[in-house]
Design a protein around this ligand. Structure first.
Ligand code: FAQ
Length: 334
């Protein structure tokens, strides 16, 4: 029985954090059988409280990542080198905003409000992906983000199309299609720069050098140090582990770098014939945990931008709520 250890609050006492309440074993058994049959769990279905909390944690972090992830690229819309690049980047950044909204909406079906999730982000209680705490210094960084960051995001999100919670899985279907376009536009930027002047090629290589290791960190800590993976795999929330996905990403991306004449900044990288996969060097996990703790190079700027945008947008939320209330009152009167 998994629930008793994880259970911090039961369905009847879930406002009391820290209270250990066992779930009804018959309901848990039925829930586990549904998971084993690969059925989707839907919002009105019974679910263990720990399953619900795990989903809210992962989905809200995921939604926050999409929204915070708009900032590094948004920063380059006004400086894109051509009208075509500007239009494409604008569309991409808007897509990321849309992804955040789908996932927030899916998370709300678990009984948490958008305000609660946003408040957790702004107060530092909720995490967002470490990758968005690094600065975008040159135009090539926009290529590197599309190629590597969206590439890593797709690798992680394709299996999430079969995650066990229905609304999350369905949101992922559209998101993956859009991420695929994002990855290609990033790769195309890198391809053009890598085939350009010496200075452009240097710029592309420098972006790859800076974004490679943080991209590998996106997959989370190694499996033997990942407190959530085992249970999330049992619940089929995660379909593949952090290390499995990281390996797949390396295997797919290294030949892409070679194809455009760029060098992956890892002296230990080599093809392992026996494994049919690349061996790669050690990720700097001290850096990862420092960034998770909020010590990333531009972490403060990112949070200031998000909090500022939320405060500046208050009048829009108020006006929309007033409009909805007036419409509802009119409909009731009619
Ligand atoms: N950054 O036990 P695990 C994108 C935390 S979307 C920060 O392995 P889990 C699109 C983790 O929360 C990118 N924190 O955790 C885009 C946990 O802490 P907690 C986001 C991290 O959940 C592209 C602790 O470490 N994608 O990029 C990170 O089983 C371009 C222990 O870790 C998703 O969120 C990290 N990298 O596995 C947008 C996908 N890794 O919460 C704009 C959905 C781990 O217990 C531009 N999420 N932590 O306090 C997932 O698949 C999982 O949540 C993982 C982590 C794999 C991220």
């Amino acid at each position: 029985m998994y629930t008793t250890e994880l259970q911090k609050s039961g369905p009847d006492s879930n406002k009391t954090p820290g209270v250990l309440v066992a779930e009804d074993p018959a309901r848990v058994e039925e829930f586990e059988a549904r998971i084993a049959r690969d059925e989707f769990i839907e919002p009105k279905d019974w679910m263990p409280e720990a399953y619900r909390r795990t989903l809210v944690r992962q989905m809200s972090q995921h939604a926050h990542s999409e929204i915070v992830g708009m900032l590094p690229e948004g920063n380059w819309i006004s400086r894109a080198p051509s009208l075509r690049r500007k239009a494409v980047l604008l569309a991409k950044v808007q897509d990321e905003g849309g992804h955040g909204l789908y996932i927030y909406a899916a998370a709300e079906t678990l009984g948490t409000s958008r305000e609660q999730m946003v408040d957790a982000l702004h107060s530092g209680k909720a995490k967002y992906s470490t990758i968005f705490n690094y600065p975008t210094l040159t135009w090539a960084d926009i290529g590197a983000i599309g190629w590597l960051v969206d590439g890593a995001a797709i690798m992680n999100q394709v299996p999430l199309q079969r995650t066990s919670y229905g609304p999350y899985a369905r949101a992922m279907v559209r998101i993956c299609k859009e991420e695929s376009f994002h990855q290609r536009q990033g790769f195309e930027i890198m391809m053009v720069l890598a085939a350009g002047t010496e200075a452009q090629k240097r710029m592309a290589q420098d972006a790859l050098n800076r974004w490679w290791w943080p991209s590998l960190m996106m997959f989370g800590p190694p499996d033997d140090n990942s407190p959530n993976t085992a249970q999330s795999i049992r619940w089929r929330i995660k379909r593949e582990t952090n290390d499995e996905l990281r390996q797949k990403f390396v295997d797919v991306t290294v030949p892409q770098a070679e194809a455009i004449g760029l060098t992956v900044p890892d002296p230990d990288l080599r093809w392992n014939e026996a494994r049919g996969a690349y061996d790669f060097g050690a990720v700097d996990w001290d850096e990862f945990y420092a960034v998770v703790r909020g010590e990333g190079p531009v972490a403060k700027e990112r949070m200031q931008a998000r909090i500022g945008a939320w405060e500046d947008g208050a009048w829009v939320r108020e006006a929309a709520a007033a409009h909805a209330a007036r419409r509802a009152a009119r409909a009731e009167a009619a």
